[in-house]
Design a protein around this ligand. Sequence first.
Ligand SMILES: [Cu+2]
Length: 351
Amino acid sequence: MTTTVLVVIAIVLFALVIFQLAKTTEFVAILRGEEKTHLESDRINSRLMMVFLILGMIALFWSLDYFMEDMVLHAASVHGEWIDSMFNWTLFFTGIAFLFTQIGLFYFAWKYKHTKGRKALYYPENNKLEMWWTVIPAIVLTALVVIGLYRWFQITGPEPKDSMVVEITGKQFNWMLRYAGKDGVIGANQYEYITEGNGVGIDFNDPASKDDFMPTEMHLVVNKPVLLKIKARDVIHDVGIHWFRVKMDAVPGITTRFWFTPTVTTAEMRKKTGNPDFVYEIACDQLCGTGHFGMKGTIVVETQEEFDKWAATQQPFYDQAIKGTVEEKKFAELSEKLKQAEEAKAASQHH
Ligand SMILES: [Cu+2]
């Protein structure tokens, strides 16, 4: 890192020295009453253009090589591979345009520097050339946009029927997870029921709520689609799981959704990355307050067998944290209050 900084500083200083030298020769020439001053600095400028081009190209390919490792850190989901492939094709086409235009720009600045006696060519139009540089980008961009839209509709379309469902609720500053229990249905919840002990406001009057469990770690089955039902309790958060190319805002008052299919288990990823401590992370991708940086969840991707074993060890949240505690009394009170409010509302509408 320090070496890089030093190299950059050295290059900048070198450029400054050359610039100052050019200026000095110019002043000397002026003092001598010579006329060729501009020619001299134009020559130096044009050469610097080429130096800039060559150094820039070296830096470009070096950084491409240096960051490629991160850029192709294989997506671990089905749609993630589509997204990566779109990124790579976009980079390929824009890369070609970038090379052509930048090399052209600096080469022309060098080649057609001001020389005595040379007059610029007046070349106002070339219809054939203009047609090609309109038609080719139009075709390429249309292809990229059409493929992008097609993939987008696939990614945001309805989830497959055999998807598992996980509810994930963001709050300042952590994620709360809820899985359906044995009945396969996640029970109702609403904000009026939120208390210290009932973080997502589960409605225990709904029989489907009784066997739901709330683990601290998200477990997913490899090659099985999962639908995330995403909620927020206070401000806008964002479920960001970059390994799966998942990103979706968690918005108070709205349930957002995102489904995806993980394709690589945590164990396989540990081998692939050579990192025995590798974990899939959920980050909050929306700056949501002072503790934003620590709003991190973990995901374990495993086989169906391992998942079933894990799920069997999970106790229903109701049994574990509510039943027979002060929370149950609080819930009953809130429930009664809500019921009365609803009755009063119904009565007032009646009259
Ligand atoms: Cu957040």
